[in-house]
Design a protein around this ligand. Structure first.
Ligand SMILES: Cc1cc2nc3c(=O)[nH]c(=O)nc-3n(C[C@H](O)[C@H](O)[C@H](O)COP(=O)(O)OP(=O)(O)OC[C@H]3O[C@@H](n4cnc5c(N)ncnc54)[C@H](O)[C@@H]3O)c2cc1C
Length: 292
């Protein structure tokens, strides 16, 4: 096996152009597991850890760019204003995994249980890709994530990062598992309130072949808040009936399967519980905003 050690993104792209079959390695927390278990034996690996451009993040023109090589530990330390992303990052693996693992790797693996992915979906993020031959392109998260462990990346491309328009409003990421740490989610949910567009975005992980946006639930709660006047006045109560309907619609958006981690029925129930909880948190945060 050839192992390439590019010192920059440009060098990495040149190597990927020359050897499209080479597999990129970021933190290695997914890839090395595949190698160690003998499930993958690529002819070549391109280690991206020296490509400093990938480990950067920036905010410009109301947009956020998160480089593919930014680790979960860096997100927790450097991006405290992005609460749902921080909560998802904190929930990944152990400190060791969080110091190596990256959002680019989460995107590259494209597991429906990738914890960063519901957050990117709720933010309506685009995935930024680059190749030496065609330069940069970006595509919406749902076009990139084509199915379980299947993405739209071309053989000569690398994931450069994710970009989204900054959303003003409260939000959270939460997940259900058999314990609090070192657990793959049985169900995960990110809810974000977009005060400027008067929308509630809800994305689900681990309950379908890929990440799912609960669109009917988003529309129901966004319009219920419009008719009750809750968008103008955060102290306006949202009725229990509306919250129940919302939780039910979120649960019915899930497309879960029975597997070793949980039954489909339990996962759907998990979505219902997470939906109620995260909506309640967000509504109470709207009354005492900490996100301004
Ligand atoms: C013990 C343990 C616990 C874990 N717990 C969790 C958890 O709680 N939640 C969770 O979501 N995940 C968890 N994971 C999985 C893993 O840590 C994450 O998916 C992580 O985000 C992978 O990032 P990485 O940088 O290590 O990726 P790598 O393993 O380096 O790469 C993963 C895939 O992405 C590709 N890739 C990486 N970077 C790029 C790029 N820039 N361009 C193109 N392709 C790229 C690689 O080729 C590979 O196919 C766990 C893993 C372990 C071993």
């Amino acid at each position: 096996m050839d192992v390439f050690l590019p010192r920059s993104l440009e060098e990495a792209l040149a190597m990927k152009a020359e050897r499209p079959e080479a597999v990129p390695l970021a933190g290695g927390t997914d890839l090395m597991v595949e190698l160690n278990f003998g499930r993958l034996r690529p002819p070549a690996i391109i280690d991206l850890t020296r490509a400093a451009e990938l480990a950067t993040h920036r905010q410009e023109d109301g947009h956020v760019f998160l480089g593919a090589g930014v680790t979960y530990a860096a997100i927790v330390n450097e991006l405290p204003g992005f609460k749902p992303l921080v909560q998802a990052s904190r929930s990944v693996g152990s400190p060791q995994i969080r110091h190596r693992g990256t959002v680019g790797g989460n995107l590259g693996t494209a597991s429906p249980a990738g914890d960063a992915l519901p957050v990117l979906a709720a933010y309506d993020a685009e995935v930024v890709l680059r190749s030496q031959a065609r330069g940069e392109r970006s595509m919406p998260w749902h076009a990139f994530l084509m199915g379980p462990k299947k993405t739209a990346i071309a053989p000569d491309e690398l994931i450069v990062g994710a970009r989204w328009a900054r959303i003003r409003g409260p939000g959270s990421f939460s997940k259900i598992g058999t314990r609090n740490a070192m657990v793959i989610a049985v169900a995960g949910l990110c809810l974000v309130i977009d005060e400027d567009h008067r929308r509630v975005n809800v994305a689900l992980g681990s309950v379908g072949p890929t990440i799912i946006r609960a669109t009917p639930a988003e529309e129901q709660i966004s319009s219920a808040m419009a008719s009750s006047g809750a968008w103008q006045d955060p102290s306006t109560a949202v009725s229990e009936q509306v919250i129940d309907e919302f939780a039910e619609l979120v649960a019915s958006a899930a497309r879960p399967l029975d597997d070793v981690r949980g039954t489909a029925a339990y996962r759907r129930h998990g979505c219902r519980v997470l939906a109620r909880r995260s909506l309640a948190w967000a509504l109470s945060e709207r009354r005492l905003p900490t996100w301004l």
